[in-house]
Design a binder for this molecule. Structure first.
Ligand code: FES
Ligand code: MG
Length: 576
């Protein structure tokens, strides 16, 4: 296709125009012809398809049908599809955490895009870390890329009640812990929580990142919401293949899509959907690959003027399939129009505004609220600062108890996840409903991989007494499907000697979401004494990926990416 075999951004173009001329091209063609290709098949845009199917990843369980539909779309548009594998990550089958492995998947994706000849790529992802990893890798590799989402799972039904992963998983487990659900019922509901292949059916991290990918312009219009097992999803896959051929022909490279305007649109949408807090970390990482850094204070200001419009669990009541039936992301973006950069380019070659004008007309529905009548007046995520979190912390206020937004209490401290597991359910634990639970050492380096352990359980004796929510603070993350008054991503983390490391049981802590403040009410001299008495030694490893991870991983505010994968930042987003 091209006479310019080495793209300046690093992606290698065209199967037959790859590398040097003469004998090596002759050899390369000979080898690919071993798979039965003709010269005519090879003489067209080559579209790679990142196949992330895996027996360990039911969230990608529709991969065979998706691949077939993408290939059909590519061939109908005159391209040659070539599948290739990368690693795949599922939330429940990635030890120690999927976050620990996200950067490995990003490196795999980036290097395969660089190594293999292709004019564009369709990236197929869905489960929480896969879409961020693919966008990070593609942002670094350059070249045209279309994100295809695997799609959400269906909802199930338990004794007449609609259930879905995994807000209801947590709700049922909490009831089981409190003694309200017996062994037989908890086993029965286990069959219904994940009733099909696809990603979690609430506005958790996977749905949040799917919605954000569409808002960024990285998917075809309508690409975020069709459930995994539907015909709509397969049509999106076919359209994604065709879009990739068009993007290859028009050279719609990813740097034209992932601009500051697009990231501001994405942050706006994250706030308006009451989306997963994990997306703050992932967006910081994707921006970092484009030389942009996330300005947490500016994000907080944006949050104050962005209402939550989507009524989906865990902040509201509906599921992803309802969002799709309500018209999907176009319905949302139409409401948000006054707050968006409509001139942002999308992977179709048209702007976001042009795509909105082409979207099906609005109709009456109750999942996406109008801008004039929001679900919450302010955005889902607030950024906190104070002497306990000099580098910031976040709270998902849309999923928290309003009564705990202004709260001062006594700290009950757990040194790490093992300490928590050992003591939280003991009858002897000295804890009251007004106390603040603090968990250390679950940050990027602490656990390592910043596990979703920030959703500390209510101590069993309090749960039995009917306590449903408490202020909980950690340097970890929480699942996008969880809810509660939970302060996350405390930066710097305790494992690198952040102030969190020196909190002791009995200290007073003050949370003020109104003032965006997180204060440890202990004198600086006392904290300095504690620092001198027990200095923190940062975790390190002898060999392998763990050594690389611990030596180079950044803090939450920079996306928990490896420092050597991010170019020096040249700008901040959101811009004020
Ligand atoms: Fe894959 Fe929830 S476990 S999206
Ligand atoms: Mg999750």
């Amino acid at each position: 296709m091209s006479s310019d075999p080495q793209d300046p951004t690093g992606m290698r173009r065209g199967l037959t125009s790859y590398g040097d001329a003469g004998f090596s091209l002759f050899l390369r063609k000979a080898f690919i012809k071993g798979a039965g290709y003709s010269d005519s098949a090879l003489d067209r845009p080559v579209i790679g398809i990142a196949d992330t199917g895996s027996g360990y990843n039911p969230c990608h369980g529709n991969m065979p049908q998706l691949l077939e539909a993408v290939e059909r779309g590519i061939m109908l548009a005159g391209g040659l599809p070539v599948r290739f594998p990368t690693i795949s990550l599922h939330e429940s089958f990635a030890h120690p955490t999927s976050m620990y492995l996200r950067n490995l998947m990003a490196i795999d994706t980036e290097e395969m895009l660089r190594a293999q000849p292709m004019d564009a790529v369709v990236l197929i992802g869905g489960c929480d870390k896969t879409v961020p990893a693919q966008l990070m890798g593609a942002a670094s590799a350059g070249g045209p890329a279309v994100q295809l989402i695997t799609g959400s799972m269906l909802t199930g039904s338990h004794r007449g009640e609609r259930v879905g992963a995994c807000t209801d998983c947590r709700r049922y487990w909490a009831r089981f812990r409190a003694g309200g659900v017996d062994d037989a019922e908890i086993a029965a509901v286990n069959d219904q929580l994940v009733p099909s292949v696809g990603t979690c059916s609430v506005m958790g991290t996977a749905s949040t990142m799917a919605t954000i990918a569409e808002a960024l312009g990285m998917t075809v219009p309508g690409g975020a919401t069709p459930p995994a097992v539907t015909a709509d999803r397969m049509r999106v896959a076919e359209a994604s293949g065709a879009a990739a051929v068009n993007a290859a022909k028009q050279r719609i490279t990813i740097d034209r899509i992932l601009t500051p305007e697009a990231f501001e649109n994405a942050l706006r949408v994250l706030l308006a959907i009451g989306g997963s807090t994990n997306a703050v970390v992932h967006l910081a990482a994707i921006m970092g690959r484009r030389g942009l850094s996330l300005d947490l204070q500016a994000l907080d200001r944006m949050g104050r003027e962005t209402p939550v419009l989507i009524d989906l669990k865990p902040s509201g009541q509906h599921y992803m399939e309802d969002f799709h039936a309500a018209g999907g992301v176009a319905t949302l973006l139409r409401e948000l129009k006054p707050l968006l950069h409509l001139q942002a380019m999308t992977i179709t070659g048209r702007t976001l505004g042009e795509e909105l004008d082409r979207a099906p007309p609005p109709f009456s529905q109750d999942v996406v609220k109008p801008l004039s009548k929001p679900l919450h007046a302010q955005g889902g995520i607030a950024v906190l600062q104070g002497n306990l979190a000099p580098g910031g912390a976040i709270i998902k206020q849309s999923a928290a108890d309003p009564k705990l937004m202004e709260h001062e209490g006594r700290a009950v401290v757990f040194e790490n996840a093992a300490d928590l597991a050992e003591r939280i359910d003991g009858d002897g634990l000295d804890v009251n409903a007004d106390d603040i639970l603090v968990l250390k050492n679950i940050g990027p380096k602490g656990a390592p991989g910043m596990p979703e352990a920030g959703y500390l359980p209510i101590p069993r004796k309090l749960a039995r007494a009917g306590v449903k929510d408490m202020v909980r603070i950690s340097d970890g993350r929480m699942s996008g499907t969880a809810f509660g008054t939970i302060v996350l991503h405390v930066t710097p983390e305790s494992a690198v000697g952040g102030p969190l490391a020196y909190v002791r049981t009995g200290d007073r802590i003050r949370l003020s979401v109104g003032k965006r403040e997180l204060m440890l009410l202990v004198a600086e001299e006392e904290l300095e004494k504690r620092r001198q008495a027990s200095p923190v030694s940062e975790p390190a490893a002898e060999r392998g990926y763990r050594k690389l991870f611990l030596a180079t991983v950044t803090q939450a505010d920079r996306g928990v990416d490896f420092d050597f994968l991010q170019p020096a930042a040249t700008g901040k987003v959101p811009r004020t």
